[in-house]
Design a binder for this molecule. Structure first.
Ligand code: SAJ
Length: 416
Protein backbone atom coordinates (compact mmCIF):
# COMPACT_ATOMS: atom_id res chain seq x y z
CA UNK A 1 0.00 0.00 0.00
CA UNK A 2 1.17 3.53 -0.75
CA UNK A 3 0.90 6.98 0.66
CA UNK A 4 -1.02 9.15 -1.81
CA UNK A 5 -1.60 12.89 -1.81
CA UNK A 6 -4.64 13.97 -3.84
CA UNK A 7 -4.58 17.68 -4.72
CA UNK A 8 -8.08 19.09 -5.34
CA UNK A 9 -11.04 17.48 -3.55
CA UNK A 10 -13.65 18.32 -6.18
CA UNK A 11 -15.83 16.15 -8.38
CA UNK A 12 -12.89 13.95 -9.41
CA UNK A 13 -10.38 14.24 -6.58
CA UNK A 14 -12.81 13.42 -3.78
CA UNK A 15 -14.21 10.14 -5.19
CA UNK A 16 -10.67 9.13 -6.21
CA UNK A 17 -9.28 9.86 -2.74
CA UNK A 18 -12.09 7.93 -1.06
CA UNK A 19 -11.67 5.01 -3.47
CA UNK A 20 -7.90 4.82 -2.86
CA UNK A 21 -8.49 4.86 0.90
CA UNK A 22 -11.05 2.06 0.54
CA UNK A 23 -8.32 -0.04 -1.09
CA UNK A 24 -6.01 0.42 1.89
CA UNK A 25 -3.82 3.32 0.76
CA UNK A 26 -3.00 6.10 3.19
CA UNK A 27 -4.51 9.17 1.56
CA UNK A 28 -4.00 12.86 2.26
CA UNK A 29 -6.59 14.95 0.46
CA UNK A 30 -5.74 18.62 -0.12
CA UNK A 31 -8.03 21.45 -0.96
CA UNK A 32 -7.60 25.21 -0.76
CA UNK A 33 -11.13 25.54 0.66
CA UNK A 34 -11.34 25.28 4.47
CA UNK A 35 -15.02 24.39 4.16
CA UNK A 36 -14.27 21.41 1.91
CA UNK A 37 -11.47 20.24 4.20
CA UNK A 38 -13.72 20.41 7.27
CA UNK A 39 -16.60 18.63 5.55
CA UNK A 40 -14.36 15.84 4.24
CA UNK A 41 -12.78 15.36 7.67
CA UNK A 42 -16.27 14.92 9.08
CA UNK A 43 -16.88 12.22 6.45
CA UNK A 44 -19.18 14.31 4.26
CA UNK A 45 -19.11 15.26 0.61
CA UNK A 46 -19.78 18.81 -0.61
CA UNK A 47 -21.82 17.52 -3.57
CA UNK A 48 -24.38 14.77 -4.11
CA UNK A 49 -23.19 11.66 -5.90
CA UNK A 50 -24.62 8.14 -5.53
CA UNK A 51 -22.55 5.84 -3.27
CA UNK A 52 -19.95 8.51 -2.53
CA UNK A 53 -21.21 9.30 1.00
CA UNK A 54 -20.77 5.72 2.15
CA UNK A 55 -17.34 5.33 0.58
CA UNK A 56 -16.17 8.63 2.03
CA UNK A 57 -17.54 8.06 5.53
CA UNK A 58 -15.77 4.69 5.69
CA UNK A 59 -12.51 6.18 4.36
CA UNK A 60 -12.49 8.86 7.06
CA UNK A 61 -13.65 6.56 9.87
CA UNK A 62 -10.88 4.06 9.22
CA UNK A 63 -8.36 6.93 9.36
CA UNK A 64 -7.10 6.17 5.84
CA UNK A 65 -8.26 9.50 4.44
CA UNK A 66 -7.65 12.87 6.03
CA UNK A 67 -7.99 16.28 4.45
CA UNK A 68 -5.84 19.37 4.87
CA UNK A 69 -5.13 22.59 3.02
CA UNK A 70 -1.48 21.86 2.17
CA UNK A 71 0.07 18.84 0.42
CA UNK A 72 2.25 16.49 2.45
CA UNK A 73 5.02 14.04 1.54
CA UNK A 74 3.79 10.98 -0.35
CA UNK A 75 4.91 8.43 -2.92
CA UNK A 76 2.12 9.40 -5.30
CA UNK A 77 0.59 12.80 -6.07
CA UNK A 78 -2.66 13.01 -8.02
CA UNK A 79 -3.57 16.45 -9.33
CA UNK A 80 -7.31 16.84 -9.91
CA UNK A 81 -7.76 20.60 -10.15
CA UNK A 82 -9.99 22.62 -12.50
CA UNK A 83 -8.84 23.54 -16.01
CA UNK A 84 -11.36 26.17 -17.12
CA UNK A 85 -11.00 28.60 -20.00
CA UNK A 86 -10.64 32.35 -19.87
CA UNK A 87 -11.68 35.10 -22.31
CA UNK A 88 -11.54 34.05 -25.92
CA UNK A 89 -11.86 30.38 -24.95
CA UNK A 90 -8.14 30.19 -24.11
CA UNK A 91 -7.18 27.51 -21.57
CA UNK A 92 -6.57 28.75 -18.04
CA UNK A 93 -3.87 26.59 -16.45
CA UNK A 94 -3.36 28.65 -13.30
CA UNK A 95 -4.81 25.90 -11.07
CA UNK A 96 -2.42 23.31 -12.51
CA UNK A 97 0.48 25.69 -12.01
CA UNK A 98 -0.60 26.43 -8.44
CA UNK A 99 -0.93 22.69 -7.74
CA UNK A 100 2.59 22.12 -9.12
CA UNK A 101 3.93 24.91 -6.91
CA UNK A 102 2.15 23.49 -3.86
CA UNK A 103 3.58 19.98 -4.21
CA UNK A 104 7.09 21.02 -5.27
CA UNK A 105 8.42 21.63 -1.72
CA UNK A 106 7.37 18.15 -0.50
CA UNK A 107 8.46 16.11 -3.53
CA UNK A 108 11.23 13.53 -3.06
CA UNK A 109 13.34 11.69 -5.63
CA UNK A 110 11.43 8.72 -7.09
CA UNK A 111 7.92 10.09 -6.38
CA UNK A 112 5.20 9.80 -9.02
CA UNK A 113 3.07 12.79 -10.06
CA UNK A 114 -0.14 12.07 -11.98
CA UNK A 115 -2.18 14.79 -13.69
CA UNK A 116 -5.85 13.77 -13.90
CA UNK A 117 -7.29 17.16 -14.86
CA UNK A 118 -8.49 17.38 -18.46
CA UNK A 119 -5.71 19.38 -20.07
CA UNK A 120 -4.61 20.92 -23.36
CA UNK A 121 -1.88 19.04 -25.20
CA UNK A 122 1.47 19.94 -23.63
CA UNK A 123 0.25 20.46 -20.06
CA UNK A 124 2.12 17.47 -18.55
CA UNK A 125 5.36 18.88 -20.01
CA UNK A 126 4.45 22.29 -18.58
CA UNK A 127 3.97 20.63 -15.22
CA UNK A 128 7.47 19.14 -15.46
CA UNK A 129 8.97 22.52 -16.32
CA UNK A 130 7.13 24.18 -13.43
CA UNK A 131 8.30 21.58 -10.89
CA UNK A 132 11.85 21.72 -12.25
CA UNK A 133 11.90 25.51 -11.81
CA UNK A 134 10.82 25.23 -8.17
CA UNK A 135 13.06 22.24 -7.39
CA UNK A 136 16.24 22.34 -9.49
CA UNK A 137 17.66 19.62 -7.20
CA UNK A 138 15.19 17.03 -8.55
CA UNK A 139 15.73 15.08 -11.78
CA UNK A 140 12.80 15.35 -14.21
CA UNK A 141 12.07 12.96 -17.09
CA UNK A 142 12.24 14.27 -20.66
CA UNK A 143 9.43 13.30 -23.05
CA UNK A 144 10.31 10.36 -25.24
CA UNK A 145 13.59 9.60 -23.44
CA UNK A 146 14.25 6.88 -20.84
CA UNK A 147 13.59 8.07 -17.29
CA UNK A 148 16.87 8.73 -15.44
CA UNK A 149 17.44 6.92 -12.11
CA UNK A 150 15.77 8.56 -9.13
CA UNK A 151 13.75 10.97 -11.27
CA UNK A 152 10.24 12.20 -10.58
CA UNK A 153 7.82 10.06 -12.58
CA UNK A 154 5.20 12.06 -14.43
CA UNK A 155 2.07 10.83 -16.18
CA UNK A 156 -1.25 12.10 -17.46
CA UNK A 157 -4.12 9.80 -16.57
CA UNK A 158 -7.27 11.68 -17.55
CA UNK A 159 -10.38 11.14 -15.49
CA UNK A 160 -13.32 9.71 -17.45
CA UNK A 161 -16.07 9.26 -14.89
CA UNK A 162 -19.64 10.38 -15.50
CA UNK A 163 -21.31 12.53 -12.83
CA UNK A 164 -24.18 10.42 -11.49
CA UNK A 165 -22.24 7.14 -11.95
CA UNK A 166 -18.83 8.20 -10.67
CA UNK A 167 -18.11 5.52 -8.11
CA UNK A 168 -19.05 2.68 -10.46
CA UNK A 169 -17.21 4.18 -13.43
CA UNK A 170 -14.11 4.86 -11.34
CA UNK A 171 -13.76 1.10 -10.94
CA UNK A 172 -15.12 -0.15 -14.25
CA UNK A 173 -13.85 2.27 -16.90
CA UNK A 174 -10.73 1.59 -18.92
CA UNK A 175 -7.94 4.09 -18.28
CA UNK A 176 -5.46 5.78 -20.57
CA UNK A 177 -2.06 6.32 -18.97
CA UNK A 178 0.25 8.73 -20.74
CA UNK A 179 3.78 8.66 -19.39
CA UNK A 180 6.23 11.50 -19.82
CA UNK A 181 8.73 8.76 -20.59
CA UNK A 182 8.11 5.06 -21.06
CA UNK A 183 8.99 4.16 -17.48
CA UNK A 184 6.54 6.66 -16.00
CA UNK A 185 3.36 4.91 -17.22
CA UNK A 186 3.95 1.63 -15.34
CA UNK A 187 4.66 3.58 -12.13
CA UNK A 188 1.27 5.30 -12.40
CA UNK A 189 -0.40 2.05 -13.42
CA UNK A 190 0.72 0.36 -10.19
CA UNK A 191 -1.53 2.74 -8.25
CA UNK A 192 -4.59 2.48 -10.52
CA UNK A 193 -4.23 -1.29 -10.57
CA UNK A 194 -5.33 -1.31 -6.93
CA UNK A 195 -8.89 -0.24 -7.76
CA UNK A 196 -9.51 -0.19 -11.53
CA UNK A 197 -11.17 -3.28 -12.98
CA UNK A 198 -11.16 -1.86 -16.51
CA UNK A 199 -8.09 -2.18 -18.71
CA UNK A 200 -5.23 0.31 -18.68
CA UNK A 201 -3.69 1.43 -21.96
CA UNK A 202 -0.24 2.97 -22.01
CA UNK A 203 0.75 5.80 -24.29
CA UNK A 204 2.74 9.05 -24.13
CA UNK A 205 1.47 12.10 -22.27
CA UNK A 206 0.62 14.20 -25.33
CA UNK A 207 -1.49 11.44 -26.84
CA UNK A 208 -3.28 10.87 -23.52
CA UNK A 209 -4.07 14.59 -23.29
CA UNK A 210 -5.43 14.59 -26.81
CA UNK A 211 -7.44 11.38 -26.36
CA UNK A 212 -9.33 12.84 -23.40
CA UNK A 213 -10.16 16.03 -25.30
CA UNK A 214 -11.25 13.94 -28.26
CA UNK A 215 -13.69 11.92 -26.16
CA UNK A 216 -15.54 15.00 -25.01
CA UNK A 217 -15.36 16.69 -28.42
CA UNK A 218 -16.87 13.51 -29.94
CA UNK A 219 -19.81 13.76 -27.57
CA UNK A 220 -20.18 17.50 -28.14
CA UNK A 221 -20.24 17.11 -31.93
CA UNK A 222 -22.82 14.33 -31.67
CA UNK A 223 -25.05 16.35 -29.32
CA UNK A 224 -24.68 19.32 -31.68
CA UNK A 225 -25.96 17.12 -34.50
CA UNK A 226 -29.05 16.26 -32.41
CA UNK A 227 -29.53 19.91 -31.44
CA UNK A 228 -29.25 20.99 -35.06
CA UNK A 229 -31.89 18.39 -36.00
CA UNK A 230 -34.17 19.91 -33.34
CA UNK A 231 -33.88 23.34 -35.00
CA UNK A 232 -34.55 21.85 -38.43
CA UNK A 233 -37.55 19.87 -37.13
CA UNK A 234 -39.00 23.00 -35.49
CA UNK A 235 -38.88 24.72 -38.83
CA UNK A 236 -40.42 21.79 -40.67
CA UNK A 237 -43.08 20.98 -38.06
CA UNK A 238 -41.73 17.51 -37.25
CA UNK A 239 -41.43 15.94 -33.77
CA UNK A 240 -37.65 15.60 -33.48
CA UNK A 241 -37.84 12.96 -30.71
CA UNK A 242 -40.03 10.72 -32.78
CA UNK A 243 -37.86 11.26 -35.87
CA UNK A 244 -34.65 10.39 -33.96
CA UNK A 245 -36.28 7.36 -32.42
CA UNK A 246 -37.19 6.09 -35.88
CA UNK A 247 -33.79 6.93 -37.41
CA UNK A 248 -32.11 5.03 -34.56
CA UNK A 249 -33.88 1.85 -35.69
CA UNK A 250 -31.21 1.71 -38.42
CA UNK A 251 -28.42 -0.67 -37.30
CA UNK A 252 -25.65 1.88 -37.84
CA UNK A 253 -27.39 5.05 -36.64
CA UNK A 254 -27.29 6.18 -33.02
CA UNK A 255 -28.30 9.82 -32.74
CA UNK A 256 -28.08 11.43 -29.30
CA UNK A 257 -30.82 13.52 -27.72
CA UNK A 258 -31.40 17.23 -28.29
CA UNK A 259 -31.67 19.34 -25.17
CA UNK A 260 -31.63 22.85 -23.75
CA UNK A 261 -27.90 23.10 -24.53
CA UNK A 262 -24.71 21.47 -23.30
CA UNK A 263 -23.62 22.12 -19.73
CA UNK A 264 -21.25 20.76 -17.13
CA UNK A 265 -17.63 21.59 -16.71
CA UNK A 266 -16.33 19.18 -19.34
CA UNK A 267 -18.10 18.95 -22.66
CA UNK A 268 -18.85 22.67 -22.86
CA UNK A 269 -15.19 23.46 -22.13
CA UNK A 270 -12.77 20.80 -23.34
CA UNK A 271 -13.41 21.00 -27.11
CA UNK A 272 -12.20 24.61 -26.97
CA UNK A 273 -8.76 23.30 -25.95
CA UNK A 274 -8.58 21.50 -29.28
CA UNK A 275 -9.82 24.56 -31.16
CA UNK A 276 -7.25 26.72 -29.35
CA UNK A 277 -4.37 24.43 -30.31
CA UNK A 278 -5.38 23.93 -33.97
CA UNK A 279 -7.85 26.71 -34.88
CA UNK A 280 -7.67 26.28 -38.64
CA UNK A 281 -8.15 22.53 -38.60
CA UNK A 282 -10.79 22.22 -35.86
CA UNK A 283 -13.69 23.63 -37.89
CA UNK A 284 -16.33 21.03 -37.10
CA UNK A 285 -15.43 21.00 -33.41
CA UNK A 286 -15.75 24.79 -33.20
CA UNK A 287 -19.04 24.75 -35.09
CA UNK A 288 -20.45 22.09 -32.73
CA UNK A 289 -19.58 24.30 -29.76
CA UNK A 290 -21.35 27.21 -31.42
CA UNK A 291 -24.47 25.15 -32.21
CA UNK A 292 -24.67 23.85 -28.63
CA UNK A 293 -23.96 27.25 -27.09
CA UNK A 294 -26.70 28.75 -29.26
CA UNK A 295 -29.37 26.31 -28.09
CA UNK A 296 -30.35 28.04 -24.80
CA UNK A 297 -30.99 31.29 -26.71
CA UNK A 298 -33.23 29.43 -29.12
CA UNK A 299 -35.25 28.03 -26.18
CA UNK A 300 -35.53 31.54 -24.69
CA UNK A 301 -36.77 32.82 -28.03
CA UNK A 302 -39.44 30.10 -28.22
CA UNK A 303 -40.66 30.99 -24.72
CA UNK A 304 -40.63 34.72 -25.49
CA UNK A 305 -42.64 34.18 -28.68
CA UNK A 306 -45.38 32.49 -26.63
CA UNK A 307 -45.10 35.03 -23.80
CA UNK A 308 -46.00 37.90 -26.13
CA UNK A 309 -49.69 37.07 -25.92
CA UNK A 310 -49.82 37.56 -22.11
CA UNK A 311 -49.88 40.90 -20.32
CA UNK A 312 -47.95 39.62 -17.29
CA UNK A 313 -46.58 36.26 -18.43
CA UNK A 314 -45.59 33.61 -15.91
CA UNK A 315 -43.21 30.90 -17.07
CA UNK A 316 -42.49 27.71 -15.13
CA UNK A 317 -38.99 26.35 -15.75
CA UNK A 318 -38.72 22.66 -14.90
CA UNK A 319 -35.09 21.90 -14.02
CA UNK A 320 -32.02 24.08 -13.55
CA UNK A 321 -29.17 21.59 -13.21
CA UNK A 322 -26.85 20.92 -16.13
CA UNK A 323 -28.27 17.46 -16.80
CA UNK A 324 -30.85 15.00 -15.41
CA UNK A 325 -30.61 13.44 -11.97
CA UNK A 326 -27.67 15.43 -10.58
CA UNK A 327 -27.55 18.52 -8.35
CA UNK A 328 -24.70 20.05 -10.35
CA UNK A 329 -25.30 23.56 -11.71
CA UNK A 330 -21.99 24.11 -13.48
CA UNK A 331 -22.38 25.76 -16.90
CA UNK A 332 -26.05 24.79 -16.83
CA UNK A 333 -27.93 25.88 -19.96
CA UNK A 334 -31.14 25.88 -17.89
CA UNK A 335 -29.67 28.49 -15.53
CA UNK A 336 -28.71 30.55 -18.56
CA UNK A 337 -32.28 30.30 -19.84
CA UNK A 338 -33.81 31.35 -16.50
CA UNK A 339 -31.35 34.23 -16.28
CA UNK A 340 -32.02 35.45 -19.81
CA UNK A 341 -35.80 35.21 -19.33
CA UNK A 342 -35.81 37.04 -16.02
CA UNK A 343 -33.30 39.78 -16.86
CA UNK A 344 -35.64 41.79 -19.08
CA UNK A 345 -38.07 42.03 -16.14
CA UNK A 346 -41.28 41.51 -18.13
CA UNK A 347 -41.63 37.79 -17.36
CA UNK A 348 -42.10 36.17 -13.97
CA UNK A 349 -40.11 32.94 -13.75
CA UNK A 350 -41.08 30.06 -11.47
CA UNK A 351 -38.22 27.60 -11.07
CA UNK A 352 -38.77 24.07 -9.82
CA UNK A 353 -36.13 21.39 -9.44
CA UNK A 354 -36.24 18.48 -6.98
CA UNK A 355 -32.43 18.36 -7.03
CA UNK A 356 -31.79 21.86 -5.68
CA UNK A 357 -33.00 23.54 -2.50
CA UNK A 358 -32.05 27.12 -3.36
CA UNK A 359 -32.05 29.27 -6.47
CA UNK A 360 -28.71 29.26 -8.31
CA UNK A 361 -26.65 32.35 -7.33
CA UNK A 362 -26.78 33.79 -10.87
CA UNK A 363 -30.56 34.20 -10.65
CA UNK A 364 -31.18 34.40 -6.90
CA UNK A 365 -31.05 38.20 -6.80
CA UNK A 366 -33.19 38.80 -9.89
CA UNK A 367 -36.51 40.31 -8.83
CA UNK A 368 -38.97 38.14 -10.72
CA UNK A 369 -37.60 34.64 -10.04
CA UNK A 370 -39.04 32.28 -7.41
CA UNK A 371 -38.20 28.70 -6.43
CA UNK A 372 -41.41 26.69 -6.06
CA UNK A 373 -42.47 23.04 -6.10
CA UNK A 374 -43.48 21.39 -9.36
CA UNK A 375 -47.21 21.46 -8.62
CA UNK A 376 -47.24 25.19 -7.74
CA UNK A 377 -45.21 25.88 -10.87
CA UNK A 378 -47.74 24.05 -13.03
CA UNK A 379 -50.78 25.64 -11.42
CA UNK A 380 -49.50 29.20 -11.57
CA UNK A 381 -47.75 29.22 -14.95
CA UNK A 382 -49.09 30.35 -18.33
CA UNK A 383 -46.18 28.67 -20.09
CA UNK A 384 -44.32 25.55 -18.97
CA UNK A 385 -40.73 25.01 -20.14
CA UNK A 386 -39.17 21.59 -19.61
CA UNK A 387 -35.42 22.21 -19.46
CA UNK A 388 -34.01 19.10 -17.71
CA UNK A 389 -35.32 15.54 -17.96
CA UNK A 390 -35.05 14.61 -14.25
CA UNK A 391 -36.61 11.25 -13.42
CA UNK A 392 -39.17 13.03 -11.20
CA UNK A 393 -40.35 14.99 -14.25
CA UNK A 394 -40.46 11.90 -16.46
CA UNK A 395 -43.08 10.52 -14.07
CA UNK A 396 -45.35 13.58 -14.36
CA UNK A 397 -48.83 12.96 -15.76
CA UNK A 398 -48.81 14.54 -19.21
CA UNK A 399 -52.56 15.09 -19.13
CA UNK A 400 -52.05 17.75 -16.45
CA UNK A 401 -50.23 19.91 -18.99
CA UNK A 402 -52.82 19.72 -21.77
CA UNK A 403 -54.20 23.20 -21.07
CA UNK A 404 -50.73 24.78 -20.84
CA UNK A 405 -48.43 26.16 -23.47
CA UNK A 406 -45.45 23.82 -23.30
CA UNK A 407 -41.91 24.45 -24.57
CA UNK A 408 -40.35 21.03 -24.27
CA UNK A 409 -36.57 21.30 -24.76
CA UNK A 410 -35.89 17.73 -23.58
CA UNK A 411 -38.75 15.74 -25.09
CA UNK A 412 -40.57 14.90 -21.84
CA UNK A 413 -43.94 15.17 -23.52
CA UNK A 414 -42.95 13.15 -26.58
CA UNK A 415 -41.35 10.09 -25.07
CA UNK A 416 -43.20 6.82 -24.54
N1 SAJ B 1 -26.63 16.04 -23.32
C1 SAJ B 1 -27.54 16.26 -24.33
N2 SAJ B 1 -27.93 15.20 -25.11
C2 SAJ B 1 -27.42 13.95 -24.93
C3 SAJ B 1 -26.46 13.73 -23.91
C4 SAJ B 1 -26.08 14.80 -23.12
O1 SAJ B 1 -28.04 17.38 -24.54
O2 SAJ B 1 -27.85 13.04 -25.67
C5 SAJ B 1 -26.19 17.18 -22.48
C6 SAJ B 1 -26.46 16.98 -20.98
O3 SAJ B 1 -27.76 17.35 -20.64
C7 SAJ B 1 -25.40 17.89 -20.37
C8 SAJ B 1 -24.23 17.77 -21.36
O4 SAJ B 1 -24.78 17.28 -22.56
O5 SAJ B 1 -25.84 19.24 -20.37
C9 SAJ B 1 -23.10 16.86 -20.89
O6 SAJ B 1 -23.62 15.72 -20.26
P1 SAJ B 1 -22.97 14.26 -20.41
O7 SAJ B 1 -23.75 13.34 -19.55
O8 SAJ B 1 -22.85 13.92 -21.84
O9 SAJ B 1 -21.48 14.43 -19.93
P2 SAJ B 1 -20.77 15.01 -18.58
O10 SAJ B 1 -20.30 16.39 -18.90
O11 SAJ B 1 -21.61 14.83 -17.38
O12 SAJ B 1 -19.51 14.04 -18.49
C10 SAJ B 1 -18.62 13.94 -19.59
C11 SAJ B 1 -18.37 12.46 -19.89
N3 SAJ B 1 -17.68 12.34 -21.19
C12 SAJ B 1 -18.17 11.56 -22.17
O13 SAJ B 1 -19.19 10.92 -22.07
C13 SAJ B 1 -17.36 11.48 -23.42
C14 SAJ B 1 -17.56 11.84 -18.77
O14 SAJ B 1 -17.23 10.50 -19.08
C15 SAJ B 1 -16.28 12.64 -18.52
O15 SAJ B 1 -15.54 12.10 -17.44
C16 SAJ B 1 -16.69 14.04 -18.16
O16 SAJ B 1 -17.42 14.60 -19.27
C17 SAJ B 1 -15.45 14.85 -17.87
O17 SAJ B 1 -15.19 15.10 -16.68
O18 SAJ B 1 -14.70 15.17 -18.80
Amino acid sequence: MSRVCVVGLGYIGLPTAAMLASRGHEVIGCDISDRVVQLVNSGQSHFREPDLDMLLAAAVQTGRLRAQTRPAEAEYFILAVPTPFRDGHRPDLTYVEAAADSIAPVLCAGDTVILESTSPVGTTELLATRIAAARPDLVMPVRGEPAPDGCIHLAHCPERILPGSMVRELVENDRIIGGMSEDCGPKAFALYDSFVKGRAFMTDCRTAEFVKLTENAFRDVNIAFANELSLICDRLGIDVWHAIDLANRHPRVNILQPGAGVGGHCIAVDPWFIVDSAPEQARLIRMAREVNDGKPHRVVQQIRDHAERFRAPRVACYGVTYKPDVDDLRESPAVEIVQELAKAGDIEVLVCDPWVDALPPQVATLPKVRLVDAETARRQADIVAFLVGHRQFRRLDRKLFLNKIVVDAVGLMSRE
